[in-house]
Design a protein around this ligand. Sequence first.
Ligand SMILES: CC(C)(COP(=O)(O)OP(=O)(O)OC[C@H]1O[C@@H](n2cnc3c(N)ncnc32)[C@H](O)[C@@H]1OP(=O)(O)O)[C@@H](O)C(=O)NCCC(=O)NCCS
Length: 320
Amino acid sequence: MAGIQAPTFEPNDDPSAATYERMATIHNACFPDWPVTADDVRHERESRDPSKFIERYLVRVQGEVVGYAETGHLQMSHREGKYFLHTQIHPDHEEATLATLTFLMGRLQQRGYDHLISYTRTDKSHRIEALERLGFVCLQKNPDVRLDLEQFDPSLWTESLTRVADLGFRLVTLEELGDSEDVWRAYYDLDWELMQDVPYTDSFTKRPFEVWVDQIKTPQFDPSLFHFALRGDEWVGMTECYWSGADHVIAGTGLTGVRRPHRRVGVATALKVKALCDLKRRGAKLIRSDNEESNPMLDLNYRLGFRSTGAWLHYELKVE
Ligand SMILES: CC(C)(COP(=O)(O)OP(=O)(O)OC[C@H]1O[C@@H](n2cnc3c(N)ncnc32)[C@H](O)[C@@H]1OP(=O)(O)O)[C@@H](O)C(=O)NCCC(=O)NCCS
């Protein structure tokens, strides 16, 4: 009956190696389809923009650490008064979710807030119920799509690669481009320009260059999974992929985008095809992505064979 005990909260400012392991275990119990390592958890914390506020807690039930919780400024979309709430509670103790979110909101009362953000997924009924009880409203839905790479047949897509090559586009990886400051700066500029067209409920905040680079270089970072399209010296588009966990069987996608003047000639399709062929060749079994439900990127993913398994839900609470 542990699940019905009231949770307690303690600051999680300086986790031990064992605490990082426990946090990864809890994350992986919640999301076995997107495993992380203790190093991933540590990196996410250590690479956060230090100028942004955050408070972190461990959640205990009857003395046992059953979850962790955080609230702070959004690095990606920052404004005073706007904060995210994040809870990761072990599935055996999901009943602690409402109390944990309520605790975080209580902490923020001292600072004053007018806009709260939280994410969850359609299969997380406790979290959805808790957010809605607290007055949060779902403002954006991103279907969670997956491609079984065993079903992906590269031979059906070779024409998409020759088409863009014939138009003068060159597809290269970050590894091939090299680890120079010029390369990272060009990537940073491209990323920021493309982000302006990614559907979201608010504007994005440009992270400092050093923070942005550090956040990309996760423990699973692999520059050969980042594909770019160049024409002459111009960086035209990109698609990013990441390994999930240490065994490199599951991969996920980051940003895919193409600069406006070069859209609708097949560049994004070619970048995705190249990435998928490469992942399949290297033994990956599954690739995951999510896109806002009206984004043409979602249709492009469906055409490549991705199938929806649920959706990520973006919740907000605005205080008038
Ligand atoms: C989505 C995006 C990456 C597509 O890039 P692209 O290079 O233009 O895509 P492609 O040329 O390969 O398009 C392939 C197909 O997708 C569909 N498609 C692409 N853009 C579309 C649009 N704006 N409206 C309708 N369908 C579209 C079309 O069916 C297209 O085939 P067609 O041109 O023969 O009709 C680009 O619009 C973009 O950069 N958007 C902003 C960034 C973003 O939101 N990325 C996704 C989130 S990670």
